[in-house]
Design a protein around this ligand. Sequence first.
Ligand code: AMO
Length: 431
Amino acid sequence: MKRTHYSRQITKGMDGQRVKVAGWVSNLRKLGSIAFIKLRDREGFIQITLVKNKMPELFNIIDELTIESVISVDGIVKANEQAPNGVEVLPENIEILSKAETPLPMDISGKIESELETRLNARFMDLRQPKVEAVFMIRDGVLTAIREYLEDQGFIEIHTPKIVAAGAEGGATLFPVKYFEKDAYLNQSPQLFKQIMMSTGLDRVYEIAPAFRAEPSATTRHLSEFTSFDFEMAFIDSQEDVMKTLENCIVHVFNHVKKHEQDFLDVLGIELEVPKTPFKRITFEEAKGLLKTKGKIVVDDLDTEAERLLGTVMEEPFYFITGFPSDTKPFYIMEDEDNPTLSYSFDLDYKGVEMASGGQREHRYGKLIERMKRFGLNPADFSFYLNAFKYGMPPHGGMGLGIERLVQKMLNLGNVRETVLFPRDKTRLVP
Ligand code: AMO
């Protein structure tokens, strides 16, 4: 290997030890007969110090190197109070593995702030910045924690098709696909498949996978391709069972990130507060009342502005809104037994933005067909889904959460695109 240690693993206590480090030349400084290379790898920086009279041949490499070239360095660790982190490496050999051309496609020295569009066009370079990299290290921690929590709760990870014959979340945001001789779509959500799974006996499932929505407008929280975290669980008593699983999962995620990703939170200057359970629950009616006091009149659903305003009046960052009107929720949501104009649905909002929605599903075949027809859907188009309800389908519920929105709000990022390596939106198809 070209490396024995990442930069962060090299400590003062290793004085005198031989190491091999590798990474990108972040900075170069030549001060007469001494020169410094600031080497960057994914864990941070390490100073490589060259002294001319100790290593006359090696010293000349400084004139050959360009910023952002890739090198590997064999050398000896030296504790030095004047070096960053109190430690440096005195090289015995430096190998140039790949020389970077000049000028660079964007400045990543931190001197010039680039526009998001410029950064996304040169994303490979943008991602070399510790602040950008930190977002993805934390995102990795979020996903690890979700899997950890759900596996512990007896859920199994599944993968459902992304090329489908019918969508569940409304025709307006479907992407059509040419599929041999047939019409197909990119799936908007694993909804129909995770529900089919509830009839199989594998009665607790989750999926973390891409979902596609042809979102026509450019906003700071909509993507054409996002990562949907879904779970579905059977034999529930009510949607409360789903909400409890979700809030406990969120708390586990925050604890995990705080424990394992603190270095990256520090890079971003984020003081992460672990939310407390139970999260506050308010009904849609109560939310309407709160919004009225802010001068916002809501009829049957919360728009972006209503969600934002609600965030300003709620005391806690996370809160559930329950009991939305049944006509504004999808056909698969169960209506309230006592008041069918309402539904057993919920949204989870975080700092004024919808993170997740879910609820108890309609598992009774006849009622489901009725509801589909009321929504103007043709049950024949959904027979692959409806068949699973005819031969033994337990009561069940679940939810879907946008990973990008969760990371965005957790890290106080202005735009959801910051949390995607290569975002897709109406105008962006490359890189
Ligand atoms: P919904 O359509 O509310 O519900 O989506 C669930 C969550 O997914 C995220 N999300 C998005 N994130 C970024 N860009 C988008 N275009 C986008 N669209 C949605 C949001 C949202 O809260 N099947 C149901 C879930 C369920 O009932 O289990 C569904 O898809 O964070």
